[in-house]
Design a protein around this ligand. Structure first.
Ligand SMILES: *Cc1c(COP(=O)(O)O)cnc(C)c1O
Length: 495
């Protein structure tokens, strides 16, 4: 056996061979092989645990030949299916650098410093107060969990109890209010926090997909009569379905009247604030008690990069403190500027406000992206993508066989193919087949959603690689495929 270990280290130049293959992958040439070749690669990879290692060469060979070529093509310029995308070069470089040289975010080193600096840059980018306390998370799911954990801490403290120390008092019943369009990670966060999924009330929305504030107030009043206390009101700033933004200022006022917490879930849409066309819809966000946003969406940071920000740092600390531990305290030492060893100081304290002790350095990714393209590059991207959705909407408007199904606010445009000879259920089936045909072609991969019982084609533009011609092509292909399908539906109405 090699000494000191069977694993190779110390020669990262082998990565050059991998980056070559990754560049080939990122060219997205030919049809997507992952689904078609599934039998071949599962057979090659799906062995039982090897007793003896095959060595680094075998690993690199599998990565190059089997794993990377059959990876996930959501970075394809025509992929508009999700609110996440695949990373650009600077974020990728930063992730690699931190994997090697910043493999824990604590103690005194550059990556620790950049965790905080990059959060400051995000606050400056989005116009948030400088004193908000932020933390990196694995994504929007845990960012919402952390923000609502802080909300829970605050609400229960108001009743004279400390939920972080003694749990939720049994005699108190809580409700969290959001629109019916709220992302389901919020319901799961409520489950984990002991509030219960059923106590997340989905308040009705108007025809634009925005929460109805009057219905919210009535519901809170009715719930109070039954003994429920409001724990938080959630504004969604950019629903994943249509991009709708709840009236944040109005919800702030209601939260004040009810003495409750206002959280803004802007995992996808918070960066929309950079576009003048929609900025005023975010009015009031700087007065929220907490926000969630995802650099791994519109910023195209590598996936695994979310942010929670909370107005009250101490409160957040009470909710998420990692009680003193001898081995941590012992190593903590001084917090002076100069320390003899990085291990003599914690640097920025990050593990007290979060779910993880060990965690990767994620701030360097956000730092790299903003260092590369600045506020102007991010603003330009957001405006371009919001422009794509508006451009598509105009093409849909012009075409009598295409119909828009929701207003365009951010970078999502929901539409479908329509035909006067087909009824609603036929139209749903036709659009389902249209989606399947697009996906099979592979050059354009939007997703779908159901709006008012109607199946909608739902491109969401967050991918930096997408070009205007990809948007044009979607309208063209939707019409062409729709026409062909409609012809077939008319010939055999029973399908
Ligand atoms: C994406 C998203 C989430 C979930 O975030 P993940 O990063 O996928 O965990 C929650 N809320 C909204 C509004 C989102 O766009």
């Amino acid at each position: 056996m090699p000494y000191p270990d069977a694993a190779a280290f110390g020669d990262l130049s082998v990565l050059a061979r991998l980056t070559e293959e990754l560049d080939r992958f990122n060219a997205f040439e030919g049809p997507d092989p992952a689904g078609r070749n599934r039998a071949a690669w599962t057979e090659h990879l799906g062995t039982r645990l090897p007793q003896e290692g095959a060595g680094l060469e075998a690993v690199l060979e599998d990565l190059r030949k089997w794993i990377v070529p059959n990876g996930l093509r959501n970075g394809h310029p025509g992929f508009s299916g999700w609110v996440t995308t695949s990373p650009t070069t600077s974020g990728t470089a930063a992730a690699l650098a931190s994997t090697v040289a910043g493999s824990q975010r604590v103690w005194v080193h550059t990556f620790n410093y950049l965790e905080k600096l990059s959060l400051d840059w995000l606050k400056q980018l989005l116009g948030f107060p400088e004193n908000w306390h932020g933390t990196y998370t694995t994504g929007g799911s845990s960012a919402n969990l952390i923000a609502l954990g802080a909300a829970r801490q605050w609400a229960v403290e108001q009743q004279g109890f400390d939920p972080s120390m003694t749990g939720l008092p049994a005699h108190l019943k809580w409700r969290i209010y959001a629109s019916s369009e709220v992302h389901h990670v919020v319901n799961r966060a409520a489950a984990v926090l002991g509030i219960g999924r059923r106590n997340v009330i989905g308040v009705p929305v108007n025809s634009a997909g925005e929460i109805d504030p009057d219905a919210l107030q009535q519901r809170i009043a009715a719930d109070r009569k039954e003994g429920f206390l409001p724990m938080a009101i959630i504004a969604t700033a950019g629903t994943v379905n249509t991009g709708a933004i709840d009236p944040i200022r109005r919800l702030r006022a209601i939260a004040d009247e009810e003495s409750t917490w206002l959280h803004v879930d802007g995992a996808y849409g918070m960066f929309g604030i950079l576009d003048d066309r929609v900025r005023e819809r975010y009015d009031g966000v700087a007065e929220a008690d907490s926000v969630a946003l995802d650099p791994h969406k519109w910023m195209a940071a590598p996936v695994g990069n979310g942010v929670a920000m909370v107005r009250d740092r101490d409160l957040m600390g009470r909710a998420f403190t990692l009680e003193p531990a001898a081995y941590l305290e012992g190593s903590m030492g001084q917090q002076d500027e100069v320390v003899a060893s990085p291990f003599d100081g914690f640097g920025e304290i990050l593990h007290e406000f979060n779910l993880d002790q060990s965690a990767p350095s994620r701030g360097v990714q956000v730092w790299a992206i903003l260092r590369e393209i600045g506020k102007s590059g991010m603003t330009d991207r957001v405006k371009r993508h919001n422009g794509f959705a508006r451009h598509l909407s105009a093409l849909v408007e012009k075409d009598p066989y295409l119909e828009q199904l929701a207003p365009v606010v951010l970078s999502i445009c929901c539409f479908r193919y329509v035909h006067p000879d087909l009824d609603e259920s036929q139209l749903n089936e036709l659009n389902r087949q249209l989606m399947a045909a697009l996906r099979a072609e592979g050059d354009l991969v939007p997703s779908s959603t159901i709006l008012d019982g109607k199946l909608a084609i739902r491109p969401c533009y967050v991918n930096p690689r997408t070009r205007l011609e990809d948007v044009d092509l979607l309208a063209t292909r939707a019409r062409e495929i729709g026409d062909a399908l409609a012809q077939r539906f008319k010939e055999s109405p029973t399908r």
